[in-house]
Design a protein around this ligand. Structure first.
Ligand code: DGL
Length: 268
């Protein structure tokens, strides 16, 4: 057994959707969350910058005596996972492989749509992960850049969200995708709107769920699961505080965030 916390990082507060699944699947694990709110968004940045930022996030988390790192950010998982695994001697789990595996399991017609940030789509990470599991599955990817600000604005269930989703997802629907990967931390909050556009038969995959199960599997395999039965401790750190971080964070997490510490991430 290992009582040390799980370290989670994201470009901002969206990764709390992944933390929420970790809390649900691993009820006794202590978790430390770091959101790089000062340098958000990652989704429009270059690979080089995303790797540099991810390294700094992990270096900070390592000062917190963590036992594994979870990269909650789809963009960082897509662009930086291989690079950081080469540098750090700690298990690092990203969201792409678990998300791809869930989609491969779910599809019936072999047509999987992928949506994410520009960087995630450009990296081809999900398409590659799917091809490595089943080369017969076809994929199509679309960057949905306006979804992140729409969710942060709290407009997930509004006509604006619906029209935007219609515009982005129309081609995927026409193509006949029967499964859609929500390849960005923010998109699970648009689940209802996306489902309305795609129709009830299209399966929406939230990679956070498979990721939490993968973390559990890895901890079990290494005998690192916290089985103490004690109420866990959750700590939150951010590199910048916006006026609304509590409000936005609580929306992603579905519970109150009472306190968050400030980290000067450029020092790591
Ligand atoms: N967290 C990012 C992701 O999942 C979305 C926000 C950003 O672009 O930084 O890709």
């Amino acid at each position: 057994m290992d009582l040390r916390p799980i370290g989670v990082f994201d470009s901002g507060l969206g990764g709390l959707t992944v933390m929420k699944e970790l809390m649900a699947q691993l009820p006794y694990e202590n978790i430390i969350y770091f959101g790089d709110t000062a340098r958000l968004p990652y989704g429009t940045r270059s690979r080089e910058t995303i790797i540099k930022y991810s390294m700094q996030c992990i270096r900070f988390l390592l000062t917190q005596n963590i036992k594994v790192v979870v990269i909650a950010c789809n963009t960082a998982s897509s662009m930086a996972l291989d690079a950081v695994r080469e540098v750090f001697d700690i298990p690092i789990i990203g969201v792409v492989k678990p998300g791809a595996a869930a989609a491969v399991k779910a599809t019936r017609n072999g047509r999987v749509g992928i949506i994410g940030t520009e960087a995630t789509v450009q990296s081809g990470s999900y398409a590659r992960a799917i091809a490595s599991l089943d080369s017969h599955i076809q994929t199509r990817s679309i960057a949905c850049s306006l979804f992140v600000p729409i969710v942060e604005e709290g407009w997930s269930d509004t006509p604006i969200a619906y029209l935007t989703a219609e515009r982005y997802l129309g081609p995927l629907k026409e193509w006949g995708a029967d499964t859609l990967i929500l390849g960005c931390t923010h998109y699970p909050l648009l689940m209802d709107t996306i489902s309305k556009v795609m129709g009830p038969d299209v399966i929406l995959v939230n990679p956070a769920i498979g990721t939490a199960l993968e973390v559990k599997r890895i901890l079990e395999q290494r005998d690192m699961l916290n089985k103490s039965g004690q109420e866990p401790e959750y700590l939150y750190y951010l590199s910048d505080f916006s006026q609304r971080f509590k409000q936005i964070g609580s929306r992603f997490l579905n519970r109150e965030i009472e306190y968050a510490g400030k980290v000067d991430i450029e020092n790591y």
